[in-house]
Design a protein. Structure first.
Length: 408
């Protein structure tokens, strides 16, 4: 598996790669991970996982091709007889020649596209600090990477896309897989790791939250496309109608100072708690301890944090982005609003706050949905079946039946 992110660097792709690989390892398969060399090494994994760290050019956006080059070189030097190469794209990009150099089947999973990513990076949402360089680079330079995504779509022996929205985007792109094997296998969540039983009964006292207050959770990078500004604006409206509530924001990023300033401007300093980055075990506890989850992303490749929230028993109020509409259903597991609908988000937040029976019903629905239809174990079984098909018929000449759902 070639993946630019892997614990201790979690993120969306890191999270996906870890659970994908670790559950395969638990099922008895040997998985070799090629990932970026980081200051910290990850040791808390299954014995069947072998992690190889490779160098990479530490330049925003272009690290994707640099890392891809070094990962392929390291992979080719390994004398192990591998069966399948799994590439977690679009943050690990292979050159065209790599598809000829690699002599085993390649399965590429598209975690969004750079086209989608830059479409929601607006200059008005960026800050002037050093951390915003990555977002600025996405805006300016990511078009140079589009051709590498096209290579992945066209030349991989199979392509996996998670969300219906990404299927539409790839379809409109006009690039087809030469083996006619594009599968839609939606992202999963580890329902053993994320669950209501992980609640921390003391977390309110740790943050001086009154026991009679409800707590809303937001988890995500404080960056341009994550819409944290809209979450704060919505929460300001919530407080006008419901006082006994706090908002916890877990994560950090280039817009932190801007958001702190907005918090002061909206007179929310006593009601919004910026937690910052937390260790993974603490994140699991936050999900299970709060009352419901909010996010207002402008764009998502899929949307994994809402899945983690739902698996933890939290209803979700979210913008309609990425794959989120596929599992957040109005009046069942939460509520959806259009991007920019601050008033609508506030209305649904108040509705849940004022209706504990509704919240409890949604909590049960949320947990059940993730266990029944989105558990990572089931997703890995689909991947394993896809790998079997690709190994049996790498060029798809037999026309073996589809594993996932129809993409386009």
């Amino acid at each position: 598996m070639i993946t630019s992110e892997f614990p201790p660097k979690w993120g969306g792709v890191g999270n996906y790669s870890f659970f994908h690989a670790n559950i395969m390892a638990k099922k008895g398969h040997e998985v070799h991970i090629y990932t970026r060399d980081q200051a910290k090494k990850f040791t808390d994994h299954h014995k069947n996982l072998k992690i190889h760290y490779v160098p990479w050019m530490k330049i925003p956006v272009f690290f994707t091709t640099s890392f891809g080059k070094h990962a392929v070189e390291a992979f080719l030097k390994n004398e192990k007889e591998f069966d399948i190469l799994q590439v977690q794209s679009n943050m690990a990009l292979l050159k065209l020649k790599h598809y000829d150099m690699i002599k085993i089947p390649i399965v590429s999973t598209l975690h969004g596209t750079w086209v989608g990513e830059r479409s929601t990076v607006y200059y008005r949402n960026l800050s002037t600090n050093l951390e915003s360089i990555n977002d600025l680079a996405i805006r300016w330079f990511s078009p140079f990477l589009d051709k590498y995504e096209d290579y992945a779509i066209h030349r991989s022996n199979a392509v996996v896309i998670g969300a219906k929205s990404e299927c539409r985007d790839v379809s409109q792109r006009g690039v087809r897989n030469k083996f006619e094997r594009i599968e839609r296998i939606h992202h999963g969540v580890d329902t053993e790791t994320f669950g209501p039983e992980n609640a921390d009964p003391d977390y309110k006292s740790k943050y001086n939250i009154p026991e009679d207050h409800q707590v809303i959770l937001h988890v995500g990078r404080l960056a341009a496309r994550k819409g944290v500004k809209e979450v704060l604006l919505s929460f300001r409206k919530v407080l006008d109608k419901f006082k006994k509530v706090k908002l916890l924001i877990v994560g950090t990023g280039p817009l932190k100072n801007k958001l702190l300033k907005l918090t002061r401007k909206l007179d929310l300093e006593q009601d919004v708690i910026f937690i910052g980055t937390v260790p993974f075990p603490d994140l699991v506890k936050f999900y299970a301890s709060c009352d419901f989850f909010v996010m207002h992303s402008y764009w998502e490749g899929f949307g994994m944090t809402p899945q983690e929230a739902l698996a933890s028993g939290l209803p979700v109020v979210s913008s309609r982005a990425g794959g989120i509409p596929e599992f957040v259903k109005n009046d069942e597991t939460g509520y959806l609003v259009e991007v920019g609908d601050v008033a609508g988000m506030a209305k649904y937040m108040v509705k849940i706050l004022k209706n504990p029976e509704l919240r409890d019903k949604m909590s049960q629905n949320a947990r059940k949905l993730m266990v029944d239809e989105y558990d990572w174990g089931d997703m890995v079984d689909k991947y394993l079946k896809l790998y079997e098909h690709v190994l049996e018929d790498p060029k798809n000449k037999k026309g073996l039946p589809r594993i996932g759902k129809k993409c386009f």
